[in-house]
Ligand binder design. Sequence first.
Ligand code: CS2
Length: 456
Amino acid sequence: MERYRQRSGDVDWGVCSANLRSSIGLVDGLAAAGYRYHVAEYADSQHLALREIGVIEEALFTGRDSAGNWGRDREALLARMASADTRIVTLTVTEKGYFLNPASGDLKSDDPMIAGDIASPRQPRTAPGLLVEALARRHEASIAPFTVLSCDNMPDNGKRTRQAVVQLAEHRDPALARWIANDVAFPCSMVDRIVPAMTDADFERLAALGVNDANAVVCEAFSQWVVEDCFPMGRPSWEAEGVEMVADVAPFETMKLRMLNGSHSLLAYLGALAGIETVFDGVNQPDLRALLRRYMLEEAAPTLDMPDGVDLTGYADSLLERFGNDSLRHRLQQIAMDGSQKLPQRWLTGTLARANAGQASPCVALGMAAWIRYTVGEDLLGSGYAVDDPMAKRFAELHCKHGLDAAALVTAFLAMDDIVPSGLAADSAFTKAVHTFYQTLIQDGLAGALAVLERS
Ligand code: CS2
């Protein structure tokens, strides 16, 4: 085991972290630990690097506490964001934290959280709301804006973030919205590291190494961070730590979304339906491993337009190797959550382009069938689980209405145009394939569906 406290880094910069959701315990635990926490990076069970991270200087909480009160540290956070000393605001809030229509990228103004921020813009609860209020304060005080860096798994994540913030600001003040649109930098980024949710077993194995840290994180050794180099207020020398600063992130972001995340989602829905628990367990089943490789090489890679020298076959194989990391228990149920927010960029945009070119995408069609079946909340063996998705209520209504009529159910799911691009829902070859796979899954299980896939 390699063990080191922290890299020296660029000491001119510090981090104030803010938690916008209900993890008050995490925030207070971090403060109690002097804002230090451990990261255990496992290349495999034999190779571990343990680091103690000391970059955070302050941790704030703006979510809802156990008594139901919102925004304990909201004023402190807004003051921090509005201060001229703050030069970059990064976001890792997952796809649903932006409150965007997943297919179009437009702000969901009628979402209750966003509607709340429109009604009370000075007491925001959402990430876009906090950004608008902090930027408004800077604008009023003639302080140059900070740079906003989205680190989430969305296509064109910088552009999407700008869209969310500008559209929200328009409800408040069109001049503010114009200033944000013109003067605030929203570079795009691609962040890649597999970080499963911590389990008791993870805490136990760290304790065995002498690390008793409730804020510790276990992850893979691999990490890649590609960032568009557009930081008008300056930035830390990230390249010294291996970050790739580039002019255009889009090809890398799309590659990662469709190859890595697309495979993850495929394995998540098919595997979860078959009662498989983790990525490691799934990727070690030869038929599922072959499915992932086929999906990546035949359906994802051909949709990518990469700079010279990028070897997509090599990338696919390296992903399978990462998925096979025997030290991570990455639960398929964790990846399966929020499918409505993930599937457009992982599968459906590329599949639409293929459909428009007359090309079939049977692996994605099988994936869609599995996702629809997954939203029942019960696997093919009869075990139940919670469907964790902002649209879960709508899914439940569709199952209630069409539960006994598989064809009508599949048609209704494919007609949800905030998830499935209408061009793809109108493609009869694709929809027919989803219908066939759905029937096969419920009649003949995963093995039956994979056998049909092999013939297509
Ligand atoms: C995963 C990602 O949960 C998910 O949907 O696909 O969190 C994935 O592990 C990361 O993007 C890897 O960089």
